[in-house]
Ligand binder design. Structure first.
Ligand code: F6P
Length: 375
């Protein structure tokens, strides 16, 4: 009798719609199609370190396709720097031992940038790891799209649609802050889809005078309201220069003192940067004499049932992952490529970001319909 093969699965990083759909797809294929056992680890890599898991079967995988979030739970804990009982500990050895003791033949990690860096650390420990790209930010390289992005795009677009009526009725500037971390995909996509008049993204530092000029131009032509879609990571030209200097100091820091100082400057910058959207709105009000109001979309963009596109993407990638595991693949991300998938070495993904390029077709389309990008 051949020993039954066993696979582990975990979800890590920010939650997103489509995670449960991906767990369901990988689980149904691994268990139903290929006869493996599957253990679902709680709360990302923390569950793997603390040996907290649930055996997955028909009951656990039933009825979760349309549920938002992840029933396994998630965390941003890093295997090599985990806070256990209030102390930071390197848990890579414990995780490796748990993996071996549980006789896992492979481990699937579903997550974004941070998860791929952590998955690579497990690959370097000799574990057999595959990953699925998930984040509403869509900033994972080497894949067409990430699980969760389409749903968040729809939520943000619908929210901005709704903001048009109040902006129009009150002749106001309404600024909507959109998630995306250091990438502008969500703000750019939602801004285009909802006809925002101004779209500000981290990849294009903005000149507030140019934004004000665009809004004043609209007023002169009788349209005295504007919608500004601003990515949470968007920066003014001044802030971008300050951030680049702080980042340079951080990268060049060698001594303990230099590292401490760089960390302090980064914290100062982050503190200064938060509330950036409120300051931007107030500054635009001063420059244009139009009232301004702010709506921060926040975690609404990560909630609720996945879109049909994300359900299909999650099912495609989850089942393809199962097939790749059975075929012996290891150390790869299951990337979405057109209608198919492509296994991409995790080493090529970890530590990289997919950002909006200056020549991207979405930027060209936004400019062509007269959207101001702040530059
Ligand atoms: O990575 C997804 C994301 O929602 C980002 O857009 C956002 O900046 C971040 O997570 C928020 O992190 P947390 O959930 O830890 O507050």
């Amino acid at each position: 009798m051949k020993p039954i093969k066993r696979i582990g699965i975990l979800t890590a990083g920010g939650d997103s719609p489509g995670l449960n759909a991906a767990i369901r797809a990988a689980g149904k294929a691994m268990i139903g199609e290929y006869g493996w056992e599957m253990l679902g680890f709680r709360d990302g890599f923390l569950g793997l370190a603390e040996n907290r898991y649930v055996k997955l079967g028909k009951n656990e995988l039933a009825g979760i396709l349309t549920l938002g979030g992840t029933f396994l739970g998630t965390s941003r804990d890093k295997p090599h720097r985990m806070i256990i009982n209030g102390r930071e500990r390197d848990m890579l050895g414990t995780i490796t031992a748990n993996y071996r003791r549980l006789k896992l033949d492979a481990l699937v990690c579903i997550g974004g940038g941070g998860t791929h860096k952590n998955a690579l650390r497990l690959v370097e420990q000799g574990l057999r790891v595959l990953t699925l790209p998930k984040t509403i930010d869509n900033d994972v390289p080497c894949t067409d799209v990430t699980i969760g992005f389409d749903t968040a795009l729809g939520i943000a677009s619908e929210a901005i649609d709704r903001l048009h009526s109040t902006a129009h009725s009150h002749h106001r500037i309404v600024v909507a802050e959109i998630m995306g971390h250091n990438a502008g995909w969500l703000a750019l996509g939602a801004g285009i889809a909802s006809g925002a008049d101004v779209i500000l993204i981290p990849e294009i530092p903005y000149d507030i005078e140019k934004i004000a000029a665009a809004i004043r131009r609209r007023s002169r032509h009788g349209t005295n309201f504007s919608i500004v879609a601003v990515a949470e990571g968007a920066k003014s030209l001044e802030d971008a220069a300050l951030f680049a200097e702080v980042e340079r100091k951080r990268k060049n820091a060698r001594t303990k003192e230099e590292k401490e100082y760089a960390k302090l400057r980064m914290t100062e910058f982050d503190t200064k940067h938060s509330g950036n959207t409120l300051r931007l709105a107030r500054h635009l009000e001063e420059l244009t004499k139009l009232e301004s109001r702010v709506t921060i979309l926040g975690y609404v963009q990560r909630g609720g049932t996945p879109s049909t596109a994300d359900r299909i993407l999650a099912t495609r990638l989850g089942t393809a992952c199962a097939r790749l595991v059975v075929e012996g693949a290891s150390g790869v991300m299951v990337a979405a490529r057109g209608d198919g998938v492509k296994p991409v070495p995790i080493a090529e993904v970890a530590g990289s970001l997919k950002l909006v390029t200056r020549d991207h077709s979405w930027l060209q389309a936004a400019r062509a319909v007269g959207t101001s990008l702040g530059d």
